[in-house]
Design a protein around this ligand. Structure first.
Ligand code: GLA
Length: 411
């Protein structure tokens, strides 16, 4: 009898482990795509507590906090060794006062702090990974008052992501502090199909590089530029929504692309309801960069409460036409020119009558007239009652908000 019970229990336990049916995630996080800053794209492993504190200062003084950027996130290379009990510590040279003191500093500014780990044996830069230490690490992050965890996927031979990510989700939940869970498994195992109850976002692609179209850069055909990432992410719109976003990787705005390409990159991340995680040195950015990342009416497209990723309606030569349903019957309408020449584009609005089966919303340019506001120059461009001809500059966008006119509005 005892043997029977033992066998039964071990089979039941094995079944639970193998199907990875675990608990739940915190349900009130990332109801709109998360906004913040991360150290990797600009600083890679070259981080320390003075740098992060000065970034937090700049988040406030530059107006980024007011624009909605709240998270200050450490990426790889903050780690020291594990202690004799297996608990992770911070690198004592780079972070001599420890992560808790840094978290206190960041919290005093009204911001939140993010940290980075990896589901494997090591992080991508070779620091200790969380494999086998998930509950210990989650407890440590909670004790340090961490608000956000990016969880990477290096050194994971023989690890199943469908178990590893739920395991860390459960560890975080058990630790009791709401920590936004940003999955970084690069889309290898299609997390959009299984992770809505696991993460608050999941990377859909490999790493971004600071280039608009990688196909333009000879020899770099394997790198992902902005255009390559858009092409991968566009197909996944039905999987995104409040609390669980497609993440096409962190922003490269301000890291060296020309201003038109930065504007197009930022706009498309907003059209795709992507997390807006800055990756530039915000302490020394120029005015043109600041104007892009702090444009509140463009950010509002990303942060719209409906949380619906935009759809690519058509591709005509080098021009892509995108629409995104917004609250109150509004729509974002965007033309993206991926080509190297400026394009003159006629917008025949009736062509864009659409029944969107993802959101259940529809445009109706026959029944409804919308006012048109250009969100990059703030200009009112009349209404959708008649055809509109615009020039879409090379590697750039035209972005409109369409608002249905009320009966008495006169234009
Ligand atoms: C991976 C991730 C990057 C970054 C690095 C850090 O490549 O995809 O975003 O976190 O690891 O080593």
């Amino acid at each position: 009898m005892i043997r029977f019970v033992k066998n039964f229990l071990s089979i039941a336990f094995a079944a639970i482990i193998s199907t990875c049916v675990y608990g739940q995630k915190f349900d009130s996080l990332a109801l709109t795509p998360q906004m913040g800053w991360n150290s990797w794209n600009k600083f890679a492993c070259d981080i320390n507590e003075d740098l992060i504190k000065s970034i937090a200062d700049a988040m406030v003084s530059s107006g980024l906090k007011d624009a909605g950027y709240i998270y200050v996130n450490l990426d790889d290379c903050w780690h020291g060794k594990r202690d004799s009990l297996g608990f992770i510590t911070a690198d004592p040279v780079r972070f001599p006062h420890g992560i808790k003191a840094l978290a206190d500093y960041i919290h005093k500014k009204g911001l939140k702090i993010g940290i980075y780990s990896d589901a494997g044996r090591k992080t991508c830069a070779g620091r200790p990974g969380s494999l086998g230490h998930e509950y210990q690490d989650a407890l440590t992050y909670a004790k340090w008052n961490i608000d956000y965890l990016k969880y990477d996927w290096c050194y994971t031979k023989d690890v199943n992501p469908r178990c590893a990510y739920p395991l860390m989700r459960d560890a975080l939940y058990s630790a009791g502090r709401p920590i936004l869970f940003s999955m970084c498994e690069w889309g290898s195992d299609k997390p959009w199909e299984w992770a809505a109850d696991v993460g608050n976002s999941w990377r859909t692609t490999g790493d971004i590089s600071c280039v608009f179209d990688a196909a333009d850069n000879k020899g770099n055909y394997k790198r992902l530029g902005v255009v390559q990432i858009i092409n991968k992410n566009a197909a996944l719109r039905k999987f995104a929504g409040p609390g669980h976003w497609n993440d096409p990787d962190m922003l490269e705005v301000g890291n060296g692309m020309p201003i038109n390409e930065d504007r197009a990159h930022f706009t498309m991340w907003c059209m795709m309801a992507a997390p807006l995680i800055l990756g530039n040195d915000i302490r020394s950015m120029n005015e043109a960069t600041r104007e892009i990342i702090e444009n509140k009416s463009v950010i509002a497209i990303d942060q719209d409460k409906l949380g619906i990723q935009g759809l690519r309606f058509e591709i005509k030569d080098s021009v892509q036409v995108w629409l995104k349903p917004l609250e109150n019957g509004n729509w974002a309408f965007c033309l993206l020119n991926t080509g190297k020449r400026d394009k003159t584009f006629d917008i025949f609005w009736q062509k864009y009558n659409l029944e969107d089966n993802v959101s259940g919303l529809s445009t109706s340019f026959y029944k409804e007239i919308y006012s048109i506001t250009n969100l990059w120059n703030g200009k009112n461009c009349g209404t959708t009652a008649k055809k509109c001809t615009v020039i879409v500059p090379a590697h750039d966008v035209v972005l409109y908000r369409l608002v249905p006119l009320k009966k008495n509005d006169c234009f």
